[in-house]
Design a protein around this ligand. Structure first.
Ligand code: SAH
Ligand code: SF4
Length: 379
């Protein structure tokens, strides 16, 4: 199969062009045609030397992901399901805002972290996406939305990318890094570092790598203020407990494009949403790390056995944090009529490995060992 040019950041593309005996400026031209104009046909890249077009034919292509379906929600949120082969699919979500829009991008088919409240986690892990498959989501969505929104030449549809789709981006670091570089490159999407966010469940060594290689905005999925509870909700916490995670966040802030870390906190009824836990969260982060807290109302799915916290519960929790001077937001749920909200990205991964059954068994065992008990009620 011909190589996919979406796999390359500009340096990679320059090296590829060099291997064909072509100068760097040709790589820049090619990169701009692909990403800025959305052109996939070399013959239509009019100012690209004929000789280069000839060399590219047969050895390279601009390969997007095969589209399975497109759903548009009443609020304009658009969800695409892409085929990534072997019965696996991933989802990408465009969320329109008053001005431009945000794209929620997937990094893996399934996820190995296995958080209790996440439907992707419940599927188990299928495979890492390649750089080209991560970039293809932005490539496709940007050019599709320019058409849909009838934008003029040079106007952009997407000005914000969040790696909050399916998968743990920092467990697919090698593919993620060139993809981030293409998002940021002025010859491609030219997004601001502050408007590209990597969301992680807390892969500590990779937070450090990201800080060195490509510091973009960081969101950390915290979900609990102590290790006992977090161990149960986010199994990766057993490897990288909260203290280590917060230290990595502090180090990250030295290079980060924003002067705070966003902590995501999924509100689970009777599990992590009590005022006591809100106070514990204040004690954990206050005077220790500059942060904002984003409370996410849980999007329920039957296999989780969990429920969404009531609006009052979420408000009360937010008030404790706000009263302590911590900037706190409650995430608006968008696109839930098309199952495009956080954690609902199931992607119809075919379960070849019986991961679902295995995971359910594992979880039963974990629950038996570390029951979550809040106010005497077992979750
Ligand atoms: N793996 C990364 C990024 C993908 S998940 C991470 O965990 O950060 C993106 C966000 O959606 C995370 O904050 C995650 O905790 C949250 N999330 C997962 N399942 C959810 C659900 N069912 N309801 C609400 N938020 C959920
Ligand atoms: Fe994976 Fe993130 Fe879902 Fe946890 S919340 S299972 S890390 S995708």
């Amino acid at each position: 199969m011909a190589g996919n040019l979406l796999d390359y950041d500009l340096e990679g593309l320059a090296a590829f062009c060099d291997s064909l005996g072509e100068k760097r400026f040709r790589a820049v031209q090619l990169y701009r045609w692909m990403h800025q104009k959305g052109q996939a046909d070399f013959e239509l890249m009019s100012d690209l030397a004929k000789s280069l077009r000839g060399k590219l034919a047969g050895v390279a292509e601009v390969r997007s992901l095969p589209l399975i379906s497109e759903h548009v929600s009443a609020d304009g949120t658009t969800k695409w399901l892409f085929d990534v082969g072997a019965g696996n699919a991933v989802e990408t979500v465009f969320i329109p805002e008053t001005d431009r829009g945000t794209l929620c991008v997937s990094s893996q088919a399934g996820c190995a972290v296995g958080c209790r409240f996440c439907s992707t986690g419940h599927q188990g892990f299928s495979r890492n996406l390649s750089t080209g498959e991560i970039v293809a989501q932005l490539w496709f969505a940007e050019h599709r939305m320019r058409q849909t929104l009838n934008l003029k030449e040079g106007e952009r549809a997407i000005d914000n990318v969040v790696m909050m789709g399916m998968g743990e981006p920092l467990q697919n670091y090698a593919a993620l890094l060139p993809a981030l570089r293409t998002m940021l490159d002025d010859h491609a999407y030219g997004l601001s570092r502050r408007r590209v966010t990597v969301s992680t469940s807390g892969v500590v060594p990779m937070i450090d790598r990201l800080r060195e290689d490509c510091p973009v905005a960081l969101a950390v999925s915290l979900h609990a203020p102590n290790d006992a509870l977090r161990d149960n909700l986010v199994p990766l916490n057993r490897k990288y407990p909260i203290a280590e995670l917060l230290d990595a966040c502090s180090r990250y802030l030295q290079s980060a494009p924003r002067d705070f870390i966003t902590f995501e906190y999924c509100m689970l009824d009777g599990v992590n949403d009590t005022p006591e836990l809100a106070h514990e969260l204040v004690r954990l982060v206050k005077h220790r790390i500059s942060c904002k807290i984003n409370l996410i109302p849980f999007n329920p799915f039957p296999a989780s056995g969990l429920l969404r916290s009531s609006r009052e519960r979420v408000q009360a929790f937010a008030q404790v944090l706000q009263a302590a001077g911590i900037v706190t937001t409650v995430r608006k749920t968008r696109g839930d009529d098309i199952d495009a909200a956080c954690g609902q990205l199931a992607g119809e991964v075919q379960d070849r490995t019986n991961a679902r059954v295995r995971l359910a068994q594992q979880r039963e065992m974990q629950r038996a060992v570390i029951p979550i008990v809040v106010n005497g009620i077992r979750a």
